[in-house]
Design a protein around this ligand. Structure first.
Ligand SMILES: Cc1cc2nc3c(=O)[nH]c(=O)nc-3n(C[C@H](O)[C@H](O)[C@H](O)COP(=O)(O)OP(=O)(O)OC[C@H]3O[C@@H](n4cnc5c(N)ncnc54)[C@H](O)[C@@H]3O)c2cc1C
Length: 461
């Protein structure tokens, strides 16, 4: 039996017994069969059951609820969407871009509301999202972030702060300014995932763990296939495996897994917190080679996730991917650069996981009533709040109610296939290396190149 507590600090400290639930034992028939007990599968189950408590819903999970990215992420429950408002406007129109942002704002609220209603102690702290510029040449990025929202009529909700205003909230070494988005909350993600799983069960859903889905069949009675029996669905089969979907037959080119990694300190002393500030616990990020995503945890630690990762050849996900010592060391160094007060502080945990990246960066949230197949995936590392939106969208779609959510562009999105190997690995690895090289050049020259490189544009990077 795996020691699931070892997969992240969050799982270790989620306060829940991680003993797996019983597996599927023979074929069953339900209304809705869901593959994957991460945020996407659990929100979809939860929203369906809240809408219609008479539905029978089964969630089929290979490991345990929260085993994947949902139990390992940075805990940024924020309104960020993988495709920016400007790019959504370019691909669709300004109205769609605005609708996506507003739906994401609602998701951040909804996560907090459900935590309260269901008594899920996910350490939800509504402090907003703060992006810090630690070099003057990053200041235009802050203004650009604001301008993107302003162009869709939401600029009044966002703020750009100068160095002094930023320091009044948080003391980051070398900070010259920041962007603030109030639509963000820090969460303890494994507590959220485990709490949601219990809520799904309280509302009548069944979760089968230790049961791997090996395939699916569309049709009037779609089904999930497993080595322990079939799960036949009267209404819909939902594919909610994010990066892991790459290993399902027929899905290998719809999504690729990329790793992300996090290190966390021991709880900091009141003295150090006095120096740093950060009382609002806003989730916080920054740019450059030492950029990353940060959280002040409820128990007073700093979690730091660097923007560095690995694409495994052939999209093969293994536990060995989680342990990248060079990336951990880089993260610890970056955290100390941000906060010199961490010099003598111990880092107690380090882990990794995989998130899914679609070829065009656009998430898919779709249901095809003819095939009975629903799917939601492709969050490119911004899936904590987005998965809640997926759950709301799929619940409306499967229940066949017409709602504004069903007009969002993700509902009609067809994933663009990734190139086959070895072109895929070569391309992704090349672009990632080129991006790191470019960041180093920016730091040497003090300015960004006028245009993205051809390779970056090719991959929507
Ligand atoms: C280190 C890291 C940091 C991140 N930080 C953030 C952040 O701060 N904010 C943010 O918004 N997003 C972040 N993300 C992304 C975010 O965590 C994900 O987008 C989100 O959790 C995806 O949820 P999911 O349910 O779709 O997928 P997952 O949580 O990956 O769930 C998929 C589930 O499917 C199961 N599964 C796999 N194969 C099978 C099978 N064959 N049969 C049955 N079940 C199967 C897995 O065990 C897993 O439980 C981060 C991701 C990582 C890895």
């Amino acid at each position: 039996m795996k020691d699931y507590r070892a997969y992240s600090f969050w799982l270790e400290t989620c306060g829940d017994d991680l003993t797996p639930r019983p597996p599927l034992d023979g074929s069953i028939e339900v209304d809705v069969a869901i593959m994957g007990a991460g945020f996407t599968g659990l929100w979809t189950a939860y929203k369906l059951l809240r809408r219609d408590p008479s539905l029978s819903v089964a969630v089929i999970e290979k490991e345990i609820a929260g085993f994947g990215a949902s139990g390992r992420n940075g805990g940024w429950c924020f309104s960020g969407f993988p495709v920016s408002p400007r790019e959504l406007t370019r691909r669709y129109d300004a109205e769609s871009a605005r609708a996506v942002s507003l739906a994401m704002f609602d998701s951040v609220d909804d996560v907090g509301r459900v935590c309260t209603e269901e008594d899920i102690d996910a350490h939800y702290a509504r402090g907003g999202e703060r992006e810090i510029a630690r070099a003057y040449y990053d200041l235009p990025q802050l203004r650009e972030m604001w301008a993107e929202f302003d162009a869709i009529g939401l600029g009044d909700q966002m703020q750009v702060l100068d160095a002094e205003q930023t320091a009044a909230r948080i003391r980051v070494n070398g900070a010259v300014g920041s962007f603030f988005n109030p639509h963000g909350a820090a969460v303890q993600p494994a507590r959220l995932a485990r709490g949601l799983a219990h809520a799904v069960e309280r509302h009548g859903g069944r979760i089968y763990e230790q049961t791997a889905v090996t395939g699916y069949q569309p049709g009037p009675n779609p089904k999930l296939l497993t080595g322990r029996g079939e799960v036949r669905a009267r209404r819909a089969v939902v594919l909610a495996g994010e990066a892991y979907l790459a290993s399902l037959p027929g899905m290998g080119r719809a999504i690729i897994p990329l790793t992300s990694h996090i290190v966390v300190t021991e709880p900091l002393s009141p003295d150090i917190w006095e120096q740093i500030g950060w009382e609002d616990r806003a989730v916080m990020g920054g740019f450059g080679t030492h950029g990353g995503y940060l959280q002040r945890t409820a128990d007073g630690r700093i979690a730091f996730g660097p923007y560095r990762g690995v694409y495994p050849y052939g999209s093969r996900i293994t536990d060995a991917l989680d342990r990248q010592e060079a990336i951990f060391e880089h993260a610890r160094r970056s955290a100390r650069l941000w906060f010199p007060a961490l010099a003598g502080v111990r880092f107690t945990h380090a882990w990794g996981g995989v998130f899914g990246m679609p070829r065009d960066r656009m998430p898919t949230m779709s249901f095809d009533p003819r095939s009975g197949i629903a799917m939601a995936f492709g969050y490119t590392g911004e899936g904590v709040a987005t998965a809640n939106l997926s759950g709301r969208v799929l619940a409306d779609a499967i229940a066949e109610v017409d709602s504004d959510l069903l007009h969002l562009p993700m509902t009609r999105h067809q994933p663009r296939p990734w190139e086959p190997e070895p072109a895929r690995w070569t391309g992704v690895t090349f672009v990632r290396r080129e991006r790191d090289k470019q960041l180093r050049l920016v730091e040497r020259t003090g300015r960004y190149p006028e245009r993205k490189s051809l390779a970056q544009r090719f991959y929507n990077w």
